[in-house]
Design a protein around this ligand. Structure first.
Ligand code: UD1
Ligand code: UDP
Length: 373
């Protein structure tokens, strides 16, 4: 197979790493397109270095633009690259504008698409990610679901696995539950993250602390909401470490929001530092999709700064608490519940698989390739 992999934003580099390592192990040929959606050293290059991801074959260097302009330019440039490269499958990750652009470019050229993290839904159509993931799923040939719930959602939308007849597939759709590829990354880089322990300790790291991340448009782009979040965080007793996303940094500056002295702000961190802090945190407060999952995988309680989550399994048994109640944003209340969780005794089903999603994905695509010859 001639694989083409598309990534452009921080969480996609993390999802890409296990797949690239598995492809390399099998001697598969791949071509990597970086869209350039994220471009700061600590939002992009750092992950390639830490996770041993080979340099992209091409970087489209699209950068930050409005949604339409960013996605449109990516589509145009990706089409040109795909026409030159003659690849037999395009692999897309998650739900960013880079994902949607890859889906449109590949489907117009009739190149089969494999979507990793298919079937996730927040049912909040205002989120750009919800639009991206629905459109991408509906354009994909291979839908790799992290969980059973995601597969069921695809069935509800009329996307079902095609049956094989006399060695050939009858339908264009191939749906499988593989486990979550972020679990692959977490399990395989955990030991390295622990080794980092001795180096460059962060302020508050050796005492009980909370880890905070915040970058969703719905939280950052509404100044009133952003102020409300930080005002509620003022009332929290524990110190907070905040690796600050550039989007949020920009908004805090624009709105002149001054943070409490108990919030220790750092630049965005590398994956290994991040995993180390996640593991040590008393609780993680976040609006990130990936970090909600990592909190669950590491058995660390989490408070999600959103009204809903697509990672609904994390809510069962109380590992994850939504910060919104009928009374609106109530971070303190949610945190109290999260901190009461008995980590040793609370049920923890392995919803996100065993850390071997990448191998399953490659197997499934290859078996299709052989059957359709
Ligand atoms: C994007 C994804 C989001 C994902 C997040 C991961 C979309 C619609 N959103 O959101 O789903 O959760 O990435 O982090 O695709 N910026 C920099 N340097 C960078 C990158 C961004 O300064 O390297 C700043 C720019 O001011 C930019 C802003 O951050 O305008 C937002 O970047 P963008 O990629 O548009 O969206 P994210 O919020 O990062
Ligand atoms: N992450 C990181 N450094 C940071 C913040 C996040 O390495 O400073 C990692 C985090 O551990 C997770 C991924 O980035 O693996 C999540 O990405 P992000 O929150 O940007 O996006 P989302 O998952 O919400 O799309």
């Amino acid at each position: 197979m001639n694989w083409c992999l598309v990534a452009g934003a921080r969480p996609q580099f993390i999802k890409l790493a296990p797949l690239i390592h598995a492809l390399k192990k099998r001697g598969e040929s791949f071509f990597l397109i970086h869209t350039g959606q994220h471009y700061d050293e600590n939002m992009s290059e750092l992950f390639f270095r830490e996770m041993d991801i080979p340099a992209p074959h091409v970087n489209l260097e699209i950068g930050s633009l409005s949604h339409g302009a960013q996605t449109g330019r990516m589509i145009e440039q990706m089409e040109a690259v795909l026409l030159q490269e003659n690849r037999s499958i395009v692999v897309l990750f998650g739900d960013t504008n880079s994902t949607l652009a890859g889906a449109v470019a590949a489907s117009k050229l009739k190149i089969p698409i494999a979507h990793i993290e298919a079937g996730l839904r927040s049912f909040n159509f205002d989120m750009p990610e919800e639009q991206n993931r629905i459109l991408t799923d509906h354009l994909s040939t291979f839908l790799f679901c992290p969980t059973q719930g995601a597969e069921i959602q695809l069935v509800r939308e009329g996307i079902e696995d095609g049956k094989k007849y006399q060695g050939r597939y009858l339908s264009q759709r191939h749906v499988s539950v593989t486990g979550d590829i972020m679990a692959d990354a977490l399990y395989s880089f955990s030991a390295r993250a622990a080794d980092q322990n001795q180096k460059d300790k962060m302020k508050y790291e050796d005492e009980p602390f909370l880890l905070l991340t915040l970058h969703r448009a719905e939280n950052t782009d509404d100044a009133r909401r952003l102020k409300e979040i930080f005002s509620q965080l003022e009332d929290i007793r524990l110190p907070i470490i905040l690796p600050l996303h550039p989007r949020t940094a920009k908004m805090l500056k624009k709105e002149n929001i001054v943070l409490s002295s108990r919030i220790y702000v750092t630049e965005p961190l590398g994956y290994l530092d991040m995993i180390r802090l996640e593991r040590k945190a008393r609780c993680i407060i976040t609006d990130s999709g990936g970090i909600q999952k990592e909190a669950y995988l590491l058995k660390v309680p989490c408070v999600t700064l959103r009204r809903e989550t697509e990672w609904t399994e994390t809510l069962s048994h109380g590992w994850n608490q939504l910060a919104y109640s009928a009374q609106g944003l109530q971070i303190g209340e949610a945190l109290e519940k999260a901190l009461c969780l008995d980590r040793g005794k609370t049920l923890w089903p392995a919803y996100y698989g065993d850390g071997h999603a990448a191998e399953r994905i490659i197997e499934r695509v290859k078996s299709w390739g052989n059957a359709s010859l």
